[in-house]
Design a protein around this ligand. Structure first.
Ligand SMILES: CC(C)(COP(=O)(O)OP(=O)(O)OC[C@H]1O[C@@H](n2cnc3c(N)ncnc32)[C@H](O[C@H]2O[C@H](COP(=O)(O)OP(=O)(O)OP(=O)(O)O)[C@@H](O)[C@H]2O)[C@@H]1O)[C@@H](O)C(=O)NCCC(=O)NCCS
Ligand SMILES: Nc1ncnc2[nH]cnc12
Length: 285
């Protein structure tokens, strides 16, 4: 008889699995306002759900390598920050090859990459605030090899003073810790169902976020529509209520009319789902 050979996943492989799962769960969640989901392409003409899935899967090796770098280097410091920058840029290239040049997950590589590395640094200390504090300390370090492209985020920073993804990470992901996660837990506690709880978490993130994707495409009017509209859904009872669903549909229509896609909020929902999983596992991930 042949012995069955089981491959036990390494910590780095488990963390890469969780990061990719979080991206796939975010993409599949429906109905998200103006974002790609199971219903369609939202405000995007170059994206679709299959591409979001393929993009998420293409990032698995990068997340695994980021976790391995954290395990090997063992502490928050410039060597790890610069290793993450290099691996992140390679991950972006893999993503762009998979999507034929469409930016699907740039912000997610940044947020989840930092969180994966922060978890790998000390998997015994995995509550949301400890992990995001380590991620913030990494984000505060200056990667000497980072190119300085005139990204949409940089253009929005020049135009409106919003600092976007970089600042969100440097502050320890306040949109996730103070908005998304508490709402996810509250909606679950009210038995709203997992999909509605996740939608509510996304909306809670949208109520406060300076999403540079929305600002770039639709300016401050778009950002205000996103923030107020998301708050209106939650005030009406959230995604599980009939009144909340009506408001959610209105928000979807309004953002589509403005061509405003909250891609930054979507990435932060993935970060929120990742932290939620990390926190809720007591043994191996
Ligand atoms: C530090 C970086 C995050 C670079 O930041 P920067 O702001 O300079 O660059 P952007 O290219 O604008 O990317 C930032 C992406 O972050 C998401 N985001 C936006 N606002 C926020 C926010 N307030 N908080 C957190 N995250 C936010 C967002 O990603 C999503 O949107 C993407 C689509 O955006 P865009 O390309 O603008 O797309 P479209 O509008 O559709 O384009 P058009 O069709 O109109 O042409 C999508 O990918 C989502 O992911 C922002 O895009 C960091 O990326 C960096 O320095 N990277 C270098 C490598 C590195 O160091 N990596 C570290 C690994 S840990
Ligand atoms: N579901 C989604 N739709 C559009 N852009 C995104 N960026 C990250 N997730 C996204």
């Amino acid at each position: 008889m042949h012995a069955l050979k089981l491959h036990t996943l390494t910590l780095a492989e488990q963390l890469a699995d969780l990061a990719v799962d979080a991206l796939i769960d975010e993409a599949d969640l429906s109905p998200k306002p103006a974002l790609v989901d199971r219903r369609g392409n939202g405000a995007h003409n170059d994206l679709h759900l299959g591409l979001m899935h393929a993009s998420a899967l293409s990032l698995w090796p990068a997340f695994k390598e980021m976790a391995e770098a954290a395990i090997e280097l063992g502490e928050v410091g410039l060597p790890l920050r610069e290793a993450l920058g290099r691996i992140g840029r390679e991950g972006e290239q893999a993503m762009l090859i998979t999507t034929q040049g469409v930016n699907t997950h740039r912000g997610a590589i940044w947020a989840l990459g930092l969180l994966v590395a922060a978890t790998a640094l000390d998997p015994t200390s995995r509550n949301a605030s400890a992990v995001s504090l380590r991620a913030a300390r990494l984000a505060l370090l200056n990667d000497r090899y980072a190119p300085q492209p005139l990204s949409h985020g940089v253009q929005v920073a020049q135009r409106y003073g919003a600092r976007g993804a970089r600042e969100e990470a440097q502050l320890g992901f306040p949109s996730v810790l103070q908005r998304g996660l508490p709402q996810l837990h509250a909606s679950r506690a009210q038995q709203h169902g997992e999909q509605n709880a996740r939608l509510d978490a996304l909306l809670a993130i949208m109520t406060q976020l300076a999403d540079t994707c929305v600002l770039y495409r639709a300016g401050t009017n778009g950002l205000q529509a996103m923030q107020l509209g998301a708050q209106a859904v939650l005030d009406a009872g959230g995604s599980a209520s009939l009144a909340g669903r009506r408001r959610l549909n209105e928000l979807d229509q309004q953002l589509l009319a403005l061509n405003a896609s909250p891609g930054g909020a979507a990435d932060l929902l993935a970060a929120c789902l990742f932290i939620d999983r990390i926190e809720s596992c007591d043994g191996a991930f």
